[in-house]
Write a protein of this length. Structure first.
Length: 271
């Protein structure tokens, strides 16, 4: 049976290594949408950093579980439906503590006043970078009340090492997660893709058993736990492949499209 809702991660999953959505994948998503399936992006990116991908897929993608589950919105307008509050003061305090602990930390910050990134972030995050780098990520956020996304990296430590290093420094009000790139995300307690997807499904009256999710990294595991069916990419990290109900081809071999095409073909045969 076709799922009622498909939620897919972007980087390393829907997007190939060049950071693009293939024409085959776009066609598959649009065909699923035409068959009545609700399509959602479930990504660590805030809406402003997924604009190109939303435009590429077009009207087929209707909802976003964005910023690692802390913002649920409609697409393409990015109108919020639900948010988990992340006060900008909490983000600023975390940056201040980490800088005081070690000046080799670097950051990227999105707030309701805009997005800034420090030198070194672009190499670690394979997305389009529209803004010039800044010396201080906090510049340009005067008057901000909400943080949308806070990313941290280190010029000597790997992202995996930061998962152990950062929590004792920032305290219990924030959780630290790894999304696959050489940076980690700091966010409010209770925000993850699984919680965000659960809220969206309740809002749309979709049962978890009728949900199919795609992912490749550790921050996708919460979705895998929630959804009735989960598909890991061949390029996914080992724990993600182990947790999935199915493993498909890699993101460079249109793994998402292959699964959707197969489902649609079976659906046509059943009719």
């Amino acid at each position: 049976m076709l799922p009622r809702l498909i939620a897919t991660d972007l980087d390393g999953t829907l997007l190939n290594s060049a950071g693009e959505v293939s024409e085959r994948t776009i066609a598959a998503l649009r065909a699923a949408h035409d068959a009545g399936v609700i399509i959602a992006f479930a990504t660590g990116r805030p809406p402003m950093v997924a604009f190109r991908e939303v435009m590429a897929v077009g009207p087929a993608v209707r909802y976003g579980v964005m910023a690692n589950g802390s913002m649920i919105c409609t697409l393409p307008d990015a109108e919020p439906l639900f948010t988990i509050g992340f006060p900008s003061t909490l983000a600023v305090e975390a940056i201040t503590r980490l800088r005081a602990h070690d000046p080799l930390f670097g950051f990227a910050l999105a707030t309701d006043r805009g997005f800034t990134e420090e030198v070194g972030f672009a190499e670690r995050m394979p997305v389009l970078h529209f803004n010039a780098t800044v010396d201080d990520v906090l510049v340009g956020h005067d008057g901000a009340t909400e943080a949308i996304k806070l990313l941290a990296f280190h010029h000597q430590h790997s992202a995996v090492e930061l998962l152990d290093i950062i929590p004792p420094i920032v305290g219990s009000d924030l959780v630290v997660s790894h999304m696959g790139a050489e940076a980690v995300e700091l966010g409010p307690v209770g925000a993850d893709k699984g919680a965000g997807l659960r809220w969206l499904c309740a809002h749309l009256e979709v049962d978890a058993a009728d949900v199919l999710v795609f992912g490749d990294e550790i921050n996708d595991l919460a979705m895998f736990t929630f959804a009735g069916r989960s598909v890991a990419m061949a390029n996914a990290s080992p724990p993600v492949r182990a947790a999935a109900t199915q493993v498909t081809e890699s993101n460079d071999n249109d793994g998402v499209a292959i699964v959707i095409e197969t489902l649609l073909a079976h659906h046509r045969d059943e009719r």
